[in-house]
Unconditional design. Structure first.
Length: 201
């Protein structure tokens, strides 16, 4: 079987030095062939002195380069004012249709934490109606719980005592539920398959 070819990254500083050396030799001796500049194909797979290829830029860096410029402070302020006016009109429409509905409380940090918690619990099968088989998205639940962890890490030292207690409690409960569920999944995976009913091969 033939060896698969590999590419070797050539250090151009070495090539420049070699070119200068060749030029000096050409002045005193017969001209020698100059090495080709740029990447070259290396067939010897066992060679270990080849320089490692540069790692491609990370996805985060590439994504950052593709992002549009951030809005100016003026644009953000105007958009926020327009958003608030639109939300107020919607609330007035809802109250006109149902006068018993009071004004909605302003959204706070606890609403964000609760949203993540509810999402994680639903992804782990909570809220399934009786008689129905729970639909579990264990990988989605892990991502949601990890997002809660990121939130806890990034807001450290910037929360009130009540907000921090709420976040830590919710994160603890979600992680406990996740561990219980994954333990059940592991137990089910370890059980041998049920034998076929008698009389069937």
């Amino acid at each position: 079987m033939s060896e698969s070819p590999k590419f070797e990254v050539i250090d151009r500083r070495k090539i420049k030095a070699e070119e200068e050396q060749v030029s000096q030799q050409a002045a005193t001796h017969a001209p020698e062939a100059e090495p080709e500049a740029g990447p070259r194909l290396v067939v010897n797979e066992g060679r270990r002195d080849a320089a490692p290829a540069e790692a491609p830029p990370s996805a985060a860096v590439a994504e950052e380069q593709e992002l549009p410029p951030a809005p100016t402070a003026q644009e953000s302020h105007e958009q926020k004012a327009a958003y608030d006016a639109s939300a107020q009109r919607l609330e007035e429409l809802v109250r006109a249709q149902n006068p018993a509905v009071g004004a909605q409380p302003p959204v706070g940090f606890e609403h964000l934490v609760q949203q993540f918690y509810v999402s994680a619990m639903i992804q782990m099968g909570a809220g399934t109606q009786e008689g129905q088989r729970p639909r579990v998205d264990i990988l989605g639940a892990r991502t949601t719980i990890d997002l809660l962890g990121v939130l806890a890490e990034k807001t450290k030292g910037n929360l009130t005592e009540a907000e921090d207690r709420t976040l830590q409690t919710v994160l603890f409960e979600a992680r406990m539920a996740f561990m219980e569920l994954t333990s059940m999944i592991n137990l089910q995976a370890m059980q041998p398959p049920a034998p076929p009913p008698p009389g069937k091969k």
